[in-house]
Design a protein around this ligand. Structure first.
Ligand code: PEP
Ligand code: MN
Length: 375
């Protein structure tokens, strides 16, 4: 059960204390307070843990400080959508809005290699009016002898270049909690020219200790990749770890499943699950066509499989696209074969816009149909 307090109530208010006193008197019920700090106001939600079936929803709603009470199912308590649950689906970060209705594209380097390549990518993004990118500094690699990413040492120049080209959010994977401190430190020393969305990679989906640490901070939002060899339910439970620790600024990313049944694609594309995640949770949904498809193969008309997959995800309502580009893929230190070329960026963005327009039309069509059905 979630008790949502009125927006003007703080933890010092007598109404807050009254609600807490009331709940404390209920046997077997523990409380966990969540503060959602927004630009204009702080919202307080009290999560009730224990046997809440005996509690009277209407009685709690009659307390002066209470806005409303939501009964929740056991699963995905915070990230989940529950009956009569009208909590918002999105968040703002560094001037960019994320929710289940809009679409943000994060095109960029799988792995940061040279300042020249980072600058070429960022300049191309600016020319196309893009304010988000992906830049991998810490790369989890299958082979211990493969390039592991430039790590902390590249952060200052990546962030400065981002500032120079008006990039507001960089999706960047971290694989250890020390990376969080390194990112914080580099942002501080460069004067915060940009923002970072912390990416949890598919190899760390169930690294619960990392999730707890990332969940305990609310400074950075999180791009959470589904685990490539576990069920969707297990991945969603893992995302709940972030929220249960306090951070609910989470975008959930589909990136394909590891099975040879997806051959010849690198992974089996799972973008048909975009609507499933929107139905079960409040999280905006990202698709990663690069790591799903993993090649630059094309159909007889010349359309890349990777762009087909992108369009499939968007036409199903995806809210974010994470996609690899590289100025010289043959020189890329990681995942060159799946990278799109910078000259393909305007073309890619136009194709994205076509798919998005089709999705908007499908939504409008469905709304018309449903309104004609209702009595
Ligand atoms: C990546 O986005 O660079 C990446 C390694 O993705 P994943 O964790 O999905 O393999
Ligand atoms: Mn990659």
């Amino acid at each position: 059960m979630i008790v949502i307090l009125k927006s003007d109530i703080s933890q010092a208010s007598p109404q807050y204390l009254e609600v807490m006193e009331f709940l404390k008197a209920k046997p077997g019920i523990r409380t966990r307070v969540h503060k959602e700090v927004g630009a204009l106001q702080t919202l307080i939600e009290i999560y009730l843990i224990g046997n809440t079936s005996t509690l009277d929803k209407t009685e709690i709603e009659s307390l002066p400080g209470v806005e409303r009470v939501v009964r929740i199912s056991e699963e995905y308590r915070i990230i989940g959508r529950h009956k009569d649950d009208t909590r918002p689906t999105g968040f703002d970060y560094n001037g960019v809005h994320f929710d289940q209705h809009n679409l943000n594209v994060f095109a960029g380097l799988c792995a940061v290699d040279s300042p020249e390549h980072v600058e070429l990518v960022m300049r191309a993004l600016k020319e196309q009016g893009q304010v988000c990118t992906r830049m991998g500094a810490y790369k989890p690699r299958t082979n211990p002898y493969a390039f592991q990413g430039h790590g902390a040492q590249c952060l200052p120049w990546v962030f400065e270049l981002a500032g120079k080209y008006g990039i507001k959010v960089i999706a960047m994977e971290i694989t250890h909690d020390s990376h969080l401190d390194e990112i914080r430190h580099a942002l501080e020393t460069t004067g915060r020219p940009t923002g970072v969305m912390l990416q949890i990679g598919t190899r760390n989906t169930q690294n619960f200790e990392l999730l707890k640490i990332v969940g305990r901070q609310q400074e950075f939002p999180v791009l959470f990749k589904r685990g490539f060899g576990i069920t969707l339910e297990e991945s969603l439970n893992a995302a709940e770890y972030l929220a249960s620790e306090g951070n609910r600024k989470i975008v959930f990313a589909l990136r394909g499943m590891k099975t040879n049944l997806g051959d010849p694609h690198r992974n089996f594309v799972d973008f048909a699950q975009v609507p499933v995640i929107k139905r079960l949770t409040h999280m905006p949904v990202c698709i990663d066509p690069s790591h799903s498809v993993g090649t630059r193969e094309r159909d007889p008309d010349g359309i890349l499989d990777l762009m087909h997959a992108t369009a499939q995800g968007i036409i199903a309502g995806a809210n974010m696209v994470l996609v690899d580009f590289h100025p010289a893929p043959e020189k890329a230190l990681v995942d060159g074969p799946q990278a799109l070329l910078l000259k393909e960026l305007p073309y890619f963005l136009q194709d994205v816009a076509i798919a998005r327009e089709a999705y908007d039309k499908r939504r409008a069509l469905t709304q018309t149909f449903l309104s004609e059905q209702s009595p």
